[in-house]
Design a protein around this ligand. Structure first.
Ligand code: CU
Length: 306
């Protein structure tokens, strides 16, 4: 937080001479930003990253980098003007192709990650200290993404799942809201592009995220099944290739008749299970919601067949 403190001091100094403010605000970027939730690699591995900074992945990243990620808010390139894919080479998306951040491009499956629910609402927190105008675009790697290989542009869909222009800066952060794609399982990268309009810069960030595997979703729907205390950890351990849940709900499938009954069991989502971790009800709720959707789709298909 020392940087923020420094910026606040600078802000205070400017406030003493208010006539300088417009000039200063319109000048070169003085402060920048990066996602802190889902945490970006650069912030997690920075001196402000807390426990995550001590992870094996962060140590490797700093080692490959040759220096710590003290300037976690400065991963930016000038004059890209929307030509991200032509500017940043494949395999260097997380560093933006900037040598000072090359450690972030390591193809690893153990980056500090955030557990997310497919199809759920997401509010990405993007820490910043001084406002810039511009557009945030959030992309999620396509289903089938392999975290053991370098991230390439072809891993990302052409269209973002969320796009927000000029969100408010409150409590030191922008909050970008969107709805997550519903078909992702396993480990993915949330790629955030912030194209400024008040400066010439575009900012790039990789946030590592994990969606529960389909097996866990099934287990969580059973009232007596132990709910995964940390779906992220469990998903990381399961190296099985991610599979999409059978959302098409084949009417002749032997499992189909059971799914329409899941609404009866949904109270598990609100049952405070003392034995589970604090995130368990949310995980169970997400799983229940998915099953309700699956059940609904199956039911709809059957009704249509009659
Ligand atoms: Cu800036």
């Amino acid at each position: 937080m020392s940087r923020m403190t420094a910026y606040r001091r600078a802000l205070g100094a400017v406030a003493v001479a208010p006539f300088l403010l417009p000039l200063w605000a319109a000048g070169p970027a003085q402060a920048h930003g990066a996602p802190t939730d889902p945490v970006s690699r650069v912030y997690a591995c920075s001196p402000e990253g807390g426990d995550a900074a001590g992870s094996t992945a962060c140590k490797a990243a700093v080692g490959a980098n040759g220096a710590p990620f003290t300037a976690w808010d400065n991963l930016r390139i000038a004059n890209v003007n929307g030509r991200d894919r032509q500017t940043i080479p494949d395999g260097q998306l997380c560093s933006g192709g900037l040598p000072a951040y090359r450690g972030l491009d390591l193809a690893r499956s153990d980056w500090p990650s955030t557990s997310l629910k497919p199809g759920a609402a997401l509010t990405l927190r993007y820490a910043s200290t001084i406002p810039h105008t511009g557009t945030f675009r959030l992309y999620l790697t396509k289903q089938g993404y392999d975290s053991s290989k370098p991230l390439t542009w072809s891993d990302l869909p052409s269209k973002p799942f969320a796009e927000v222009t000029d969100p408010a800066l409150t409590d030191g952060a922008y909050r970008i809201t969107g709805t997550l794609p519903s078909d992702r399982t396993g480990r993915h990268v949330l790629y955030t592009i912030w194209q400024n309009t008040s400066t010439a810069d575009t900012y790039y960030s990789c946030s590592d995220v994990v969606f529960p595997a389909p097996e866990e979703a099934g287990n969580a729907a059973s009232p007596k099944a132990p709910v995964a205390e940390n779906s992220a950890t469990a998903a990381e351990k399961s190296k099985a290739p991610a599979r999409t849940p059978a959302r098409s709900g084949t009417p002749s499938s032997p499992t189909a008749p059971a799914t329409p009954q899941t609404p009866d069991s949904t109270p598990l989502a609100s049952t405070p299970d003392a034995g589970s971790g604090p995130s368990a009800p949310m995980v169970a709720g997400g799983a229940a919601a998915v099953l309700v959707l699956i059940g609904g789709a199956a039911l709809a298909l059957r009704l249509r067949r009659r």
